[in-house]
Write a protein that binds this ligand. Structure first.
Ligand code: FAD
Length: 289
């Protein structure tokens, strides 16, 4: 299938792109890597009259750590660039970000698809969206009236829906603090497919790494947007030896609290069983870091 006719615009810089979006109104869309948008246009699920291409903009593909130990990833960085970034670019404590990349599609998709495109597309099972919610990321958006930072929990609003205004461009995602004991794991029908359920945890371990003193749990594929699970986090907060018993209890709480949907990829019961397995597995992987 081919997309409906559209007018192509190549942006010269971010402010120019924002001005174009403001001028062209609701009928315009940004295109970055095109890995999600072009498929939607081919299936006529999206019919933008104008495409504003930001793919060639300078300076938006940087991956770097900041003075506070946080990680900043430019919107045009590709998944593959993050996966293969030199260790000093990612800093210590962000192995979870690099390792999450191998779950995304296949290599050709990872070499073209961008971090900003993934976050703006806001699939509830997308790895970047889950990482952003797990690690309390802030998303930096720029529009005609300037720049603003949006906490991840406010950014994702529902299925494929974000807090971005139509004339705003996502320029960067900021992960504020290292997460040395974090892990993300998932189940997909086939290698490279979007996950049916994805689970991510960020554990707080004591000094010798043998006890859990708290942590975060986030799930994708169980709600219209990626969600944290306070009931499972309460189990981690109560603490205890870092081992199967505590992790099974945490996983059980996550499964009991979730209200997953049923669709062609599986029933709600199937998803609950996946949550149980994946949360425990993520806890084990996070501990072994
Ligand atoms: C077969 C296949 C399997 C895939 N599997 C996975 C997977 O397992 N996990 C996963 O996360 N993804 C997966 N993807 C999607 C892939 O990660 C895409 O790269 C990503 O979703 C979109 O990035 P993009 O740069 O291609 O964005 P585009 O397709 O260019 O744009 C996507 C949307 O984001 C908007 N947009 C893009 N950039 C910006 C920006 N900077 N600011 C504001 N809006 C913007 C566009 O207007 C559009 O609405 C898969 C894709 C395919 C084709």
């Amino acid at each position: 299938m081919k997309p409906a006719a559209f007018t192509y615009h190549r942006a010269r810089d971010v402010d120019g792109a924002a001005r174009l979006l403001a001028e062209l109104g609701d009928e315009a869309k940004i295109i970055a890597g095109g890995q999600s948008l072009v498929a939607m246009m081919n299936f006529r699920l999206a019919r933008p009259e104008h495409l504003v291409d930001i793919g060639g903009l300078d300076g938006l593909d940087r991956v770097r750590t900041d003075a506070d130990g946080g990680l900043r990833v430019g919107a045009l960085a590709t998944h593959h660039a993050v996966e293969t970034a030199p260790p000093d670019a990612l800093g210590t404590g962000f192995a979870v970000v690099r390792e999450a990349m191998h779950w995304i599609g296949h290599l050709p998709i990872r070499t073209r698809g961008t971090v900003g495109g993934s976050l703006a597309h806001a699939d509830s099972t997308a790895e970047w969206c889950l990482l952003a919610v797990l690690l309390d990321a802030e998303l930096v958006a720029r529009g005609p009236s300037g720049e603003r930072r949006i906490p991840a929990t406010d950014f994702f609003q529902g299925y494929y829906t974000t807090a971005l205004a139509p004339d705003e461009i996502l320029v960067e995602v900021v992960f504020p603090r290292p997460a040395p004991h974090a892990a993300l794991t998932e189940f997909a029908q086939r290698r490279g497919d979007f996950a049916v359920v994805a689970a991510a945890v960020d554990l707080r371990l004591d000094r010798d790494g043998r006890s859990v003193a708290g942590g975060r749990v986030a799930l994708g594929g169980v709600a219209p947007r990626p969600v944290r699970v306070p009931e499972a986090e309460a189990v981690l907060e109560r603490g205890g030896p870092a081992g199967p018993e505590l992790f099974a209890e945490c996983a059980e709480s996550a499964a009991a609290a979730a209200r997953p949907p049923a669709d062609a990829n599986g029933s709600a019961r199937h998803r609950r069983r996946l949550i149980r397995t994946l949360v425990a597995r993520a806890c084990e992987e996070a501990t072994s870091r």
